[in-house]
Design a protein around this ligand. Structure first.
Ligand code: CDP
Length: 227
């Protein structure tokens, strides 16, 4: 193997991909790429520019260049920038979350973001999380993981993460509805749909502690890369 490995983590919303990927990367001394942040950044940029959603599907790839969205390596992760503005919590607002999935289904959007993601993996030593990391962006990745969890469990975790308190029964149902809608969209689109990559190991985290799920993945990485 000429370069250090690439590890992909794909899965539905709220399955814990990003937090898991970050910790796996930390333990291995790799860098973490949260590819969803790029799709969120473009959603944020389009909303901020006041471009109406009806027009998004009509935009050619070149129309996105003006936003100057790019990835900056920064210690254990890649930061997402819009020109020289670092994007953080603005990527996770309900407005962005509600619109990111339809935007991500557009072929021009996916094509436009592909190169930046591949560049991030050029030297290996990467843990990349998203929906199509193992299927499209890094099909030759040394280790592929597909992370799942029950819908209710994912909705619960997502709510807790955002509000820092337990949801009521109605709140939990609403969260679950939003997540299911997004998953269905992400799984049914024609370009790079969310699905388990060939050869990926599926890890159902519904009944695993965070420590255990990270452990399972690290072990699998060690077995496959003899690291
Ligand atoms: O964190 P969460 O799972 O809620 O979402 P995310 O990873 O930030 O991704 C947000 C949205 O971006 C997803 O629902 C997908 O529509 C899209 N996405 C994608 O299409 N392909 C990726 N590789 C990553 C995200």
């Amino acid at each position: 193997m000429e370069r250090p490995p690439i590890i992909t983590l794909d899965g539905p919303a709220g399955s814990g991909k990003s937090t898991t990927a970050r910790e796996v990367a930390r333990r291995l001394g790799f860098r973490h790429l949260d590819s969803g942040a790029l799709y969120r950044a473009l959603t944020f940029a389009l909303l901020s520019a006041g471009i109406r959603e009806e027009e998004w599907p009509l935009l050619p790839q070149e129309a996105f260049d003006r936003f100057r969205i790019w990835l900056r390596p920064s210690g254990p992760r890649f930061q997402v920038l819009l020109g020289d503005r670092l994007l953080e919590e603005e990527l996770r607002t309900p407005e962005v979350t509600a619109r990111v999935s339809p935007l991500s289904a557009l072929p021009a959007v996916r094509a436009w973001l592909l190169e930046a993601q591949r560049q991030a993996g050029r030297e290996g030593a990467l843990v990349a999380d998203g929906r199509d990391m193992g299927t499209v962006v890094f099909p030759d990745a040394e280790v592929k993981i597909f992370l799942t969890a029950d819908l209710k469990e994912r909705a619960f975790r997502r709510f807790l993460e955002r509000q820092d308190r337990r949801p009521s029964e109605e709140e939990l149902e609403e969260e679950a509805r939003n997540i299911r809608e997004r998953d269905e969209r992400d799984s049914s689109r024609s370009v790079a749909p969310l699905k388990k990559a060939e050869g990926a190991m599926e890890v159902d985290t519904s009944d695993l502690t965070f420590e255990a799920q990270v452990g399972v993945i690290i072990n699998h990485v060690k077995v496959l890369t003899r690291g």
